[in-house]
Design a protein around this ligand. Structure first.
Ligand SMILES: *Cc1c(COP(=O)(O)O)cnc(C)c1O
Length: 416
């Protein structure tokens, strides 16, 4: 089923024009990507920027190596969780003083949900999406069991109806901004408003949107949020996550793990815990400083690239990608919504041999990933991708299927 040359030529011409239109937001030069690779997995592990290794080497050699313990004061290590948090805040539509960085997303979610449940005592249910990222489901199930609460499962699109029926009993609505499988973007302001109308709190996981899709957390009245540092923020493998606690909740915010970094006077060595004022109370123990400072350096990306502009580029890229797949590879199904307002920053395609398809693409230099059940995910980390590269990715997909390369027998490693 070879595509006609003129379909390919038309797409190539369109890619060229779109790349010219979006030239001002092309940041490929900042990144150290290998030649010949089209990297479509920035939604799982963001790419490395060229300046980051030197920053990290300085942190290791000069700060850790030479200045030793003094670095906690002299190089701002102690305040890094809130300082880096304030650098993430503009990407979230958050005023300063509401974001802390440290620990994994899973831990941050456990902390924020535990604190949220204490803010809504007496309510007996938590609402979440059964299609959530599994770690999020595990956290919700674990805390619900501990607190004797029922978990009500609903797709985000049905949550407002569910709240209209059973909202009186709901303490917290815990949802992801975008579905990690399909890339569908949910109505964060609308669902937050519905949660509030029912007297519940809204806790959002922004792992799959932060750095790619602007959020307006303050304007939407979101109560709590968490998100990942190593996806579109490009903080590096295992980069710490962030926690957003809306100003109005900070005085009453009491997360389940209370550690010395969140104490009002950490160096008073007080045997009793007293929460610090403000968002500092969302800190736990000593954060992974090397990873935190790698994330800090990575955030330079956004110094002259507002996330609203990333979003414009991302929508153009993902829309073009979906069009190209539909034109050139009609036997796969694009499961990601085509409407801009409902699309996050990746495009997922369903195919019975999606795992083999992803592996065969990787062998051809097009790096995406596979997610159960049967989805090839093509992440669009806009700053370092072009329309021309996406067309190449789709042509490689066409070639894989034409040659049957997806059917080759393969062993599955742990990470797919
Ligand atoms: C990536 C991701 C996580 C990752 O959690 P870690 O604890 O950092 O491993 C959690 N939730 C969602 C929705 C994610 O996309």
């Amino acid at each position: 089923m070879a595509p006609t040359d003129d379909v390919v030529a038309t797409l190539a011409e369109r890619a060229g024009l779109l790349d010219e239109t979006h030239a001002a937001t092309d940041r490929r030069d900042r990144f150290a990507l290998p030649d010949g690779v089209v990297y479509l997995d920035g939604n799982s592990l963001g790419a490395l920027q060229r300046h980051v290794p030197a920053v990290l080497a300085d942190v290791v050699r000069r700060q850790w190596g030479a200045d030793l313990i003094a670095s906690w004061n002299d190089h701002g290590w102690w305040d890094a969780p809130t300082r880096v948090g304030d650098r993430i805040a503009p990407l979230l539509g958050a005023a300063p003083g509401q974001v802390v960085v440290g620990d994994s997303t899973t831990v941050a979610l456990h902390q924020t949900l535990g604190a949220a449940l204490r803010l809504r005592p007496g309510r007996r249910a938590v609402v979440t999406d059964p299609a959530s990222f599994p770690s999020d489901l595990y956290v919700v199930a674990g805390l619900a069991a501990e607190h004797g609460l029922e978990v009500l499962h609903a797709s985000p699109r049905d949550v407002p109806d569910l709240l209209a029926r059973r909202g009186d009993d709901v303490a917290v609505v815990v949802l992801s901004h975008a579905d990690f499988r399909t890339g569908e973007l949910w109505d964060l302001p609308g669902i937050t408003a519905a949660a509030h109308a029912a007297g519940a709190l809204a806790l959002w996981d922004l792992s799959h949107t932060v750095g790619a899709v602007p959020a307006r957390l303050d304007a939407s009245g979101v109560d709590l949020a968490v998100g990942c540092g190593y996806k579109y923020l490009c903080g590096g493998p295992g980069a710490p996550a962030f926690t957003y606690v809306a100003q109005r909740h900070q005085a009453a915010y009491r997360p389940p793990v209370q550690g010395w970094n969140g104490h009002a006077e950490p160096f008073a060595m007080d045997p009793e815990h007293r929460f610090a004022a403000g968002v500092r109370r969302a800190r736990i123990g000593t954060p992974p400083i090397l990873s935190l400072l790698a994330l800090d350096a990575a955030l330079d990306l956004f110094d002259d690239l507002p996330v609203e502009e990333v979003r414009g580029r991302s929508l153009s890229l993902s829309g073009f990608l979906a069009d190209a797949v539909e034109a050139l590879v009609p036997e796969v199904e694009v499961v990601t919504p085509r409407e801009d307002a409902r699309r996050g920053s990746h495009v997922s395609v369903a195919h019975p041999e999606a795992y083999g398809l992803v592996q065969a693409l990787i062998a051809r230099g097009v790096v995406g990933d596979y997610r159960e059940p049967g989805l090839a995910r093509l992440g669009v980390a806009a700053p370092y991708l072009t329309h021309a590269q996406l067309l190449r990715a789709v042509l490689e997909m066409r070639a894989v299927l034409d040659r049957g390369e997806q059917t080759a027998p393969r062993e599955r490693p742990t990470v797919t």
